[in-house]
Design a protein around this ligand. Sequence first.
Ligand code: ATP
Ligand code: MG
Length: 258
Amino acid sequence: MGNNRILCFANQKGGVGKTTSALNIAACLARAGKQVLMVDADPQGNLTSGIGVRKKNTKKTVYDVLIGQATAEEATLRTEVKGLSIIPAGIDLVGAELELADEPRREFRLKDALETVRGQYDYIIIDCPPALGLITVNTLTAADGVIIPMLCEYYSLEGLSQLSTTIRLIRKRYNPPLELVGVLVNMYDGRLNLTVSVLEEIKKFFPGKLFRTPIPRSVRISEAPSYGLSILDYDRHGKGAAAYAAVARELMERCDSM
Ligand code: ATP
Ligand code: MG
């Protein structure tokens, strides 16, 4: 991996904390003095609204970038957070999969676009939709590394083999150096017995990949996006902010040693 990392947060399961983790970790990296670009690759646009960007104020989106109507630079907006920019998403992204279906290099659209701005950022953080379709294929093809957020519950284990198969397929066909950077346990509640056994299963499935710090379940974490704030600005002394800061530090270490 080079010095400017492109990382995507992927899991085809919905509601596991892809967006929440992408946003808060990006904010932690920016707080650490890094130049960070977030890319909202989900038509739901949760990352965009979660950092306080109004969809009606966005002129160009990731959709325009994917279909070649805008460059990554043209679609990039500053956020209120120092060092943190975003390529926003809008609902128009829903159409991209169909529109791209017969286009040349359809799997490489995001990669080609991001390569033009890669040198300007220490980290580019991509938030994926809960699906393994062409958009996610584009994000995994563009990325140096993937981070898998997951919940510590029984059903989380289902679907992991499908996700692993997809990652292997992407390596084989489009992006051989793609690395699994880490698995992030979210909404952790150490009081539950089940948690311990599920955690063991996750460790077995992804040896050495689990981030040391799990993200606790916290109402503050879920409230922050409705104010357009990261957890660092919404509840800076809380346990959520501390956990995300710890994961961001570990992430930087892992990226440095790759
Ligand atoms: P989707 O697959 O729909 O894109 P996602 O994987 O991006 O979902 P999020 O949107 O980040 O998941 O989180 C799902 C919901 O859980 C949101 O309402 C979010 O605020 C909440 N949430 C995420 N992490 C936590 C946490 N640690 N504690 C409490 N609530 C959380
Ligand atoms: Mg999401």
